[in-house]
Design a protein around this ligand. Structure first.
Ligand code: 13P
Ligand code: 13P
Ligand code: MG
Ligand code: MG
Length: 382
């Protein structure tokens, strides 16, 4: 048994530059300074601080396991330091995602998104970190299904004996806080029944059938934590690639389709998820469309060799073009569904206030009553 390594990504939006479009370099430097101290004192093996849109991602390796109080506290302090810069520059929504007044024990449930996995570093350990802006925690359901369960996406499921047994998906019901684990290919249809509704069910992790972790995602839903709209989750997902897991190209392939996600303007619209290089992760049109970046690393005894900016490839130009076509089509719906999110989701934004203001203007209309059965029971009996 080799040493275990923990790969932690903790992310937050602590201030947008300009509006919600991007991140100021001074915020990233403030976070880097805090993590450099933690590396110097031996807490972290290595780190990389980056961003997608207005969200900062702290990518860290260490030997302390998942949910380590010290690592979470350092991340919280890095975000506090970045918030100070955001306040000094009067950036938009300074401290937006730091929902708690002070750190206590575990950063989960305090606003920032968390994805962590602990594993034995392989002879060659390939890892991809996906970072999204202007979307929500369930956004990884479709790509994770394609990577680990769809033979039309992942040739290895058919061709490679190391993948042929399939995978297990850990699915979280974010409303009821319940978990279920479903196996593919055997329970593929059951799995799709749930994860096809990503606002309620999110894939939290994927394991192979030997119990090795292949992927983990942040499942924190800001609106459910805060009980109101405070910006979108803008989630992160970590995927291990090659050997007993899908190859890098198989892990990236789902993003060749700019599939529809929730997020975009005011967190309240559907739009296509556009795969982009880091330098293009500055959503501006209608605060979008939603973006996803993919950073690749090789691990060497916990050290991060990278990143490689994996969507910085003309092979994804067509996905970007299609995303713009879909974006234009949806934009023309203006305030109408399905561009705007359905009622249930709007209840976390300004919908309740509008409802309340007009509450006594609604009149009951008897003749339009539609809850009565149209066919009488007598008619049915005949
Ligand atoms: P592995 O069998 O090592 O995963 O390599 C396959 C590959 O890289 C195809 O792209
Ligand atoms: P963020 O969730 O990225 O902060 O975006 C919020 C928003 O209102 C975009 O229009
Ligand atoms: Mg923001
Ligand atoms: Mg954001």
């Amino acid at each position: 048994m080799g040493d275990l390594v923990t790969f932690s990504v903790i992310k937050a939006d602590v201030g947008g530059w300009v509006g919600h479009s991007s991140t100021h370099e001074r915020l990233l430097d403030a976070a880097r300074n805090r993590l450099a101290e933690a590396q110097a004192d031996g807490t972290l093996v290595d780190f990389h601080v980056t961003r997608c849109g207005d969200d900062i991602f702290l990518i860290m390796t260490h030997r302390r396991g998942d949910n380590d109080e010290r690592v979470h506290h350092i991340a919280w302090e890095a975000f506090e330091a970045a918030t100070e810069e955001a306040k000094a520059l009067k950036l938009y929504g300074a401290g937006q995602d730091l929902l708690a007044d002070a750190f206590s024990g575990n950063i989960r449930g305090m606003g920032p998104g968390v994805a962590e996995m602990t594993f034995e570093e392989r002879r060659s350990e390939t890892i991809i970190v996906f970072m999204a802006d202007k979307t929500s925690a369930g956004a990884w359901n479709l790509p994770l299904f394609k990577m680990f369960a769809d033979p039309f996406n992942t040739a290895g499921l058919v061709i490679s004996p190391a993948l042929h047994d399939g995978f297990r998906f850990e699915v979280l019901d974010v409303r009821e806080n319940k978990l279920i684990t479903l196996s593919t290919p055997e329970e593929m249809y059951d799995l799709l029944m749930f994860i096809g509704a990503p606002s309620r069910f999110t894939v939290r992790a994927v394991y192979n059938k030997r119990g090795e972790i292949g992927a983990v995602s942040s499942t924190q839903r800001l609106a459910l934590i805060a009980g109101r709209y405070v910006g979108k989750d803008d989630p992160v997902c970590i995927v291990r690639a090659q050997s007993q897991f899908p190859a890098v190209g198989e892990v990236l392939e789902p993003f060749a389709l700019p599939f529809t996600v929730e997020g975009w303007m005011r967190g309240s619209h559907h739009g296509p998820l556009m795969p982009v290089a880091l330098h293009e992760a500055n959503p501006s049109r209608f605060d979008g469309p939603p973006r996803v970046c993919a950073l690749g690393f090789q691990l060497a005894d916990g050290r991060l060799v990278g990143p490689r900016d994996l969507f910085d490839d003309p092979a994804f130009d067509e996905a970007r073009r299609q995303a713009n076509v879909i974006a234009e089509y949806l934009r023309r719906h203006g305030p109408f569904e399905p561009h705007r999110l359905p009622m249930e989701e709007m209840e976390y934004t300004t919908m309740p206030q509008v409802m309340e203001r007009l509450a006594d203007r609604w009149e009951v209309v008897e003749e339009e009553q539609t809850t009565q059965p149209v066919v009488s029971e007598e008619a049915v009996d005949d």
